[in-house]
Design a protein. Structure first.
Length: 228
């Protein structure tokens, strides 16, 4: 209902601040929003079907992917203003990364796209210092272990090679925390820019940095799994 994030709600439920039909709620409890009486801190929460909104943002560097920040850093939600609607980022792009970020108030879609084994690839252009050898490309494309976890192979291709820098295209089917940065660290590559350019068939195209647009119906359908 836009009152708080899922994580914050779990904390409040654990603290016994939420009741359903007069009884203290528990994590994992299922309810019927239309008929069950839900209270938070003694105040009833009335169910209303919110219009589902889906947005693509070209996130600039320097913004954090959170609703608020204790350090006072600018947040991505400050770039997307829609009256009466609270949107949540789907997944994360760290502060020093830029590119395609999805925001929505549709919790179901968020769960689909943030599942570690979802089927839609995320595609990045990664600029690193110097030239990249064929051996390093092979290592990046093979199974690697990060933080004790064996990641799925990441398709890595050389897009551009200059004397002072190279641009790699990396395609991920899972999104571990700072995965690309940790992969490059392991093979001795220094990243100077990390940009997400696409999520599956959804591409930034000509969307300027810091700007956003609504997703089209067919794009939403694709993200929800209605693909040929």
């Amino acid at each position: 209902m836009g009152i708080m994030s899922r994580r914050a709600a779990e904390t409040e439920i654990s603290l016994g601040k939420v009741k359903v039909n007069g009884e203290v709620a528990s994590l994992g409890m299922r309810i019927s929003p239309e008929t069950d009486i839900v209270e938070y801190k003694g105040k009833r929460i009335f169910y209303q079907e919110n219009e589902k909104i889906y947005v693509m943002l070209n996130k600039p560097r320097g913004y954090v992917t959170t609703l608020s920040d204790e350090k006072g850093r600018p947040t991505v939600t400050s770039l997307v203003k829609i009256d009466g609607t609270r949107l949540y980022p789907i997944g994360r792009l760290d502060m020093d990364s830029d590119g395609l970020l999805l925001l929505t108030n549709d919790g179901e879609l968020t769960n689909i796209l943030t599942h570690p084994r979802h089927e839609i690839p995320k595609i990045y252009h990664v600029t690193v210092r110097g030239r990249v050898s064929a051996d390093i490309l092979q290592k990046l494309s093979s199974e690697m272990e990060i933080d004790g976890y064996k990641i799925l192979p990441v398709k890595t291709e050389l897009v551009e090679a200059k004397e002072k820098y190279s641009i790699l295209c990396m395609t991920l089917f899972e999104g571990r925390n700072r995965q690309i940065r940790k992969m490059c660290d392991l093979v001795g590559l220094e990243i100077t820019r990390l940009s997400r350019i696409a999520i599956g068939t959804l591409e930034l195209a000509s969307l300027p940095s810091g700007k956003w647009r609504f997703l089209k119906d067919d794009e939403v359908s694709y993200l929800k799994g209605n693909r040929p």
